[in-house]
Design a protein around this ligand. Sequence first.
Ligand code: ZN
Length: 300
Amino acid sequence: MSLLKYVNDTTGFFDFRTKVGFKINGNEMLLIDSGIDENVGRKIVHEVENRGYAVKMIFLTHSHADHYGGASFIKRRTGAIIVAPKIEACFIENPILEATSFSQAAVPPNFLLNKLIFGESCKVDAILEDDVRLLHDFGTVPVPLPGHSINHYGVLAGDVLFLGDSVFPKETVEKYGVPFLYNPMDTLSSIEKIKNFEAKHFVLYHAGVFNKNDILNLLEFNVKVINDIFDCILKYCKGLTVSEVFSNVLKTLSVNINSLVEYYLVYSTLRSFVNCLVNLSKLKVNLFSGKELLFREDLG
Ligand SMILES: [Zn+2]
Protein backbone atom coordinates (compact mmCIF):
# COMPACT_ATOMS: atom_id res chain seq x y z
CA MET A 1 0.00 0.00 0.00
CA SER A 2 1.30 3.44 -0.92
CA LEU A 3 2.52 5.70 1.83
CA LEU A 4 1.61 8.73 -0.26
CA LYS A 5 -1.94 9.95 0.02
CA TYR A 6 -2.82 12.60 -2.56
CA VAL A 7 -5.36 15.31 -1.75
CA ASN A 8 -5.02 16.84 -5.21
CA ASP A 9 -2.64 16.29 -8.17
CA THR A 10 0.46 17.71 -6.50
CA THR A 11 -0.37 17.85 -2.82
CA GLY A 12 -0.89 15.34 -0.06
CA PHE A 13 0.72 13.64 2.89
CA PHE A 14 2.67 10.58 3.95
CA ASP A 15 0.09 8.40 5.61
CA PHE A 16 1.88 7.54 8.86
CA ARG A 17 0.36 8.00 12.29
CA THR A 18 1.50 11.58 11.79
CA LYS A 19 0.68 13.10 8.41
CA VAL A 20 3.85 14.62 6.97
CA GLY A 21 2.70 16.96 4.19
CA PHE A 22 4.15 17.26 0.70
CA LYS A 23 3.84 19.54 -2.30
CA ILE A 24 5.39 18.56 -5.61
CA ASN A 25 6.80 20.95 -8.19
CA GLY A 26 8.18 19.09 -11.24
CA ASN A 27 10.32 16.39 -9.69
CA GLU A 28 11.08 18.46 -6.58
CA MET A 29 9.28 18.04 -3.30
CA LEU A 30 8.58 20.30 -0.36
CA LEU A 31 7.94 18.46 2.91
CA ILE A 32 5.78 20.01 5.59
CA ASP A 33 7.25 18.63 8.84
CA SER A 34 9.37 15.51 9.00
CA GLY A 35 8.04 12.88 11.42
CA ILE A 36 9.39 12.14 14.88
CA ASP A 37 12.69 10.43 14.19
CA GLU A 38 15.20 8.88 11.82
CA ASN A 39 12.97 5.82 11.28
CA VAL A 40 10.17 7.93 9.85
CA GLY A 41 12.70 10.04 7.96
CA ARG A 42 14.19 6.94 6.37
CA LYS A 43 10.78 5.73 5.18
CA ILE A 44 10.06 9.14 3.68
CA VAL A 45 13.39 9.28 1.82
CA HIS A 46 12.91 5.73 0.55
CA GLU A 47 9.42 6.46 -0.80
CA VAL A 48 10.45 9.78 -2.36
CA GLU A 49 13.47 8.24 -4.12
CA ASN A 50 11.45 5.25 -5.35
CA ARG A 51 9.08 7.63 -7.04
CA GLY A 52 11.87 9.63 -8.66
CA TYR A 53 11.40 12.82 -6.66
CA ALA A 54 13.98 14.83 -4.74
CA VAL A 55 13.28 16.49 -1.37
CA LYS A 56 14.40 20.09 -1.88
CA MET A 57 13.00 21.78 1.18
CA ILE A 58 11.51 20.91 4.56
CA PHE A 59 9.30 23.46 6.25
CA LEU A 60 8.91 22.79 9.98
CA THR A 61 5.62 24.19 11.27
CA HIS A 62 6.80 24.35 14.90
CA SER A 63 9.36 23.04 17.34
CA HIS A 64 7.74 19.89 18.73
CA ALA A 65 9.88 16.81 18.29
CA ASP A 66 7.16 14.77 16.55
CA HIS A 67 7.34 17.41 13.79
CA TYR A 68 11.09 18.09 13.49
CA GLY A 69 12.73 14.88 14.83
CA GLY A 70 13.18 13.29 11.38
CA ALA A 71 14.42 16.48 9.68
CA SER A 72 18.10 16.08 10.45
CA PHE A 73 18.22 12.61 8.91
CA ILE A 74 16.35 13.71 5.75
CA LYS A 75 18.62 16.73 5.41
CA ARG A 76 21.74 14.52 5.70
CA ARG A 77 20.42 12.11 3.08
CA THR A 78 19.00 14.59 0.58
CA GLY A 79 20.68 17.95 1.20
CA ALA A 80 17.24 19.53 1.66
CA ILE A 81 17.08 23.10 2.93
CA ILE A 82 15.41 23.42 6.34
CA VAL A 83 13.08 26.39 6.85
CA ALA A 84 11.41 27.20 10.17
CA PRO A 85 9.62 30.14 11.81
CA LYS A 86 11.65 32.39 14.08
CA ILE A 87 11.78 31.40 17.77
CA GLU A 88 10.65 27.89 16.79
CA ALA A 89 13.98 27.60 14.96
CA CYS A 90 15.91 28.23 18.21
CA PHE A 91 14.13 25.28 19.85
CA ILE A 92 14.61 23.02 16.80
CA GLU A 93 18.34 23.73 16.86
CA ASN A 94 18.50 23.41 20.68
CA PRO A 95 15.91 20.87 21.91
CA ILE A 96 17.16 21.26 25.49
CA LEU A 97 15.27 24.59 25.50
CA GLU A 98 11.96 22.74 25.13
CA ALA A 99 12.67 20.45 28.09
CA THR A 100 13.92 23.45 30.07
CA SER A 101 10.77 25.44 29.36
CA PHE A 102 8.63 22.57 30.67
CA SER A 103 10.76 22.63 33.84
CA GLN A 104 10.08 26.31 34.53
CA ALA A 105 13.56 27.32 33.35
CA ALA A 106 15.21 24.77 35.66
CA VAL A 107 17.49 21.95 34.63
CA PRO A 108 15.06 19.32 33.28
CA PRO A 109 14.68 15.93 34.99
CA ASN A 110 15.95 13.02 32.88
CA PHE A 111 12.48 11.64 32.27
CA LEU A 112 11.64 14.76 30.23
CA LEU A 113 14.51 14.05 27.86
CA ASN A 114 12.48 11.58 25.83
CA LYS A 115 11.77 11.37 22.11
CA LEU A 116 8.61 13.44 22.33
CA ILE A 117 10.24 16.44 24.00
CA PHE A 118 13.93 16.06 23.20
CA GLY A 119 14.21 15.16 19.51
CA GLU A 120 17.32 15.08 17.36
CA SER A 121 18.36 18.70 16.84
CA CYS A 122 18.41 20.05 13.32
CA LYS A 123 20.30 23.00 11.85
CA VAL A 124 17.82 25.48 10.36
CA ASP A 125 19.08 26.97 7.09
CA ALA A 126 16.57 29.79 6.73
CA ILE A 127 14.21 31.65 9.03
CA LEU A 128 10.81 31.96 7.40
CA GLU A 129 10.19 35.57 8.38
CA ASP A 130 13.50 36.67 6.83
CA ASP A 131 11.99 35.85 3.44
CA VAL A 132 8.39 34.65 3.40
CA ARG A 133 8.75 33.97 -0.35
CA LEU A 134 10.93 30.95 0.46
CA LEU A 135 7.95 28.63 0.05
CA HIS A 136 6.57 30.38 -3.04
CA ASP A 137 8.64 28.31 -5.50
CA PHE A 138 6.40 25.41 -4.57
CA GLY A 139 3.23 27.46 -5.00
CA THR A 140 2.67 27.50 -1.25
CA VAL A 141 2.09 30.30 1.24
CA PRO A 142 2.95 30.22 4.95
CA VAL A 143 0.04 31.05 7.26
CA PRO A 144 0.72 32.18 10.85
CA LEU A 145 -1.45 30.08 13.20
CA PRO A 146 0.04 30.58 16.68
CA GLY A 147 -1.41 29.16 19.90
CA HIS A 148 -0.40 25.52 20.10
CA SER A 149 3.17 26.79 20.13
CA ILE A 150 4.61 30.29 20.24
CA ASN A 151 5.05 30.86 16.50
CA HIS A 152 3.28 27.92 14.85
CA TYR A 153 2.59 28.17 11.09
CA GLY A 154 0.29 26.40 8.68
CA VAL A 155 0.88 26.18 4.93
CA LEU A 156 -1.60 26.91 2.14
CA ALA A 157 -0.95 24.82 -0.97
CA GLY A 158 -3.60 25.68 -3.57
CA ASP A 159 -6.90 24.45 -2.16
CA VAL A 160 -5.22 22.53 0.69
CA LEU A 161 -4.48 24.12 4.05
CA PHE A 162 -1.98 22.21 6.19
CA LEU A 163 -2.93 23.03 9.77
CA GLY A 164 -0.11 21.29 11.64
CA ASP A 165 -1.26 21.11 15.28
CA SER A 166 -3.18 24.39 15.31
CA VAL A 167 -6.39 22.54 16.20
CA PHE A 168 -6.94 19.11 17.73
CA PRO A 169 -8.87 16.09 16.53
CA LYS A 170 -11.66 14.98 18.88
CA GLU A 171 -9.85 11.71 19.64
CA THR A 172 -6.84 13.60 21.04
CA VAL A 173 -9.01 15.76 23.29
CA GLU A 174 -10.97 12.72 24.43
CA LYS A 175 -7.72 10.87 25.21
CA TYR A 176 -5.90 13.66 27.06
CA GLY A 177 -8.72 15.94 28.26
CA VAL A 178 -6.51 19.01 28.08
CA PRO A 179 -4.84 19.45 24.66
CA PHE A 180 -1.39 21.02 24.75
CA LEU A 181 -1.55 24.79 24.20
CA TYR A 182 1.05 27.50 24.61
CA ASN A 183 -1.50 30.31 24.36
CA PRO A 184 -5.24 29.52 24.24
CA MET A 185 -6.14 33.12 23.30
CA ASP A 186 -3.88 32.92 20.24
CA THR A 187 -5.49 29.56 19.36
CA LEU A 188 -8.95 31.17 19.45
CA SER A 189 -7.71 33.88 17.04
CA SER A 190 -6.12 31.26 14.77
CA ILE A 191 -9.40 29.32 14.70
CA GLU A 192 -11.23 32.45 13.51
CA LYS A 193 -8.64 32.82 10.76
CA ILE A 194 -9.00 29.18 9.65
CA LYS A 195 -12.80 29.52 9.49
CA ASN A 196 -12.46 32.22 6.85
CA PHE A 197 -9.98 30.40 4.62
CA GLU A 198 -11.20 29.59 1.14
CA ALA A 199 -9.57 26.14 1.12
CA LYS A 200 -11.36 22.91 0.18
CA HIS A 201 -9.23 20.48 2.16
CA PHE A 202 -7.68 20.83 5.61
CA VAL A 203 -4.91 18.49 6.79
CA LEU A 204 -4.30 17.93 10.49
CA TYR A 205 -0.93 16.43 11.37
CA HIS A 206 -2.46 13.93 13.78
CA ALA A 207 -5.66 13.11 11.91
CA GLY A 208 -5.43 13.53 8.12
CA VAL A 209 -7.74 15.36 5.76
CA PHE A 210 -11.05 17.14 6.52
CA ASN A 211 -13.50 18.87 4.20
CA LYS A 212 -14.74 22.39 4.95
CA ASN A 213 -17.86 21.28 6.74
CA ASP A 214 -16.05 18.79 8.98
CA ILE A 215 -13.29 21.24 9.84
CA LEU A 216 -15.87 23.90 10.80
CA ASN A 217 -17.43 21.40 13.22
CA LEU A 218 -14.01 20.55 14.63
CA LEU A 219 -13.13 24.23 15.05
CA GLU A 220 -16.34 24.77 17.03
CA PHE A 221 -15.47 21.74 19.15
CA ASN A 222 -11.99 23.19 19.86
CA VAL A 223 -13.49 26.56 20.83
CA LYS A 224 -15.84 24.83 23.25
CA VAL A 225 -13.02 22.82 24.81
CA ILE A 226 -10.97 25.98 25.37
CA ASN A 227 -13.90 27.95 26.79
CA ASP A 228 -14.84 25.07 29.10
CA ILE A 229 -11.31 25.00 30.52
CA PHE A 230 -11.36 28.80 31.04
CA ASP A 231 -14.73 28.55 32.84
CA CYS A 232 -13.62 25.62 34.95
CA ILE A 233 -10.46 27.40 36.12
CA LEU A 234 -12.44 30.54 36.99
CA LYS A 235 -14.89 28.48 39.01
CA TYR A 236 -12.19 27.36 41.43
CA CYS A 237 -10.19 30.60 41.76
CA LYS A 238 -11.45 31.68 45.15
CA GLY A 239 -8.22 31.82 47.13
CA LEU A 240 -6.92 28.33 46.33
CA THR A 241 -3.31 27.60 45.43
CA VAL A 242 -2.43 27.00 41.80
CA SER A 243 -2.00 23.27 42.35
CA GLU A 244 -5.33 23.04 44.22
CA VAL A 245 -7.08 24.80 41.35
CA PHE A 246 -5.42 22.52 38.78
CA SER A 247 -6.26 19.40 40.74
CA ASN A 248 -9.94 20.46 40.96
CA VAL A 249 -10.05 21.31 37.26
CA LEU A 250 -8.60 17.93 36.30
CA LYS A 251 -11.15 16.15 38.49
CA THR A 252 -14.05 18.15 37.04
CA LEU A 253 -12.90 17.49 33.47
CA SER A 254 -12.29 13.78 34.29
CA VAL A 255 -8.68 14.00 33.16
CA ASN A 256 -6.50 11.05 34.12
CA ILE A 257 -2.80 11.76 34.04
CA ASN A 258 -0.87 8.57 33.38
CA SER A 259 2.74 9.65 33.39
CA LEU A 260 5.04 12.36 34.68
CA VAL A 261 5.57 13.62 31.14
CA GLU A 262 1.80 14.06 30.70
CA TYR A 263 1.70 15.82 34.05
CA TYR A 264 4.28 18.38 32.90
CA LEU A 265 2.45 18.96 29.59
CA VAL A 266 -0.98 19.34 31.21
CA TYR A 267 0.28 21.63 33.95
CA SER A 268 2.10 23.79 31.42
CA THR A 269 -1.16 24.14 29.46
CA LEU A 270 -3.24 24.95 32.55
CA ARG A 271 -0.62 27.52 33.54
CA SER A 272 -1.07 29.10 30.08
CA PHE A 273 -4.81 29.40 30.70
CA VAL A 274 -4.20 31.00 34.11
CA ASN A 275 -1.64 33.43 32.70
CA CYS A 276 -4.04 34.46 29.91
CA LEU A 277 -6.76 35.10 32.52
CA VAL A 278 -4.30 37.20 34.54
CA ASN A 279 -3.38 39.16 31.40
CA LEU A 280 -7.09 39.68 30.66
CA SER A 281 -7.56 41.04 34.23
CA LYS A 282 -10.00 38.24 35.05
CA LEU A 283 -7.71 36.65 37.63
CA LYS A 284 -5.21 37.97 40.10
CA VAL A 285 -2.38 36.18 41.82
CA ASN A 286 -1.61 36.93 45.47
CA LEU A 287 1.32 35.67 47.47
CA PHE A 288 0.46 34.41 50.95
CA SER A 289 2.88 32.58 53.24
CA GLY A 290 5.01 31.64 50.25
CA LYS A 291 2.00 30.26 48.37
CA GLU A 292 0.63 31.52 45.07
CA LEU A 293 -3.14 31.98 45.53
CA LEU A 294 -5.58 32.60 42.67
CA PHE A 295 -8.56 34.97 42.99
CA ARG A 296 -11.20 35.97 40.50
CA GLU A 297 -11.08 39.72 39.89
CA ASP A 298 -14.91 39.96 39.87
CA LEU A 299 -15.06 38.58 43.43
CA GLY A 300 -12.92 41.50 44.72
ZN1 ZN B 1 2.84 20.17 18.42
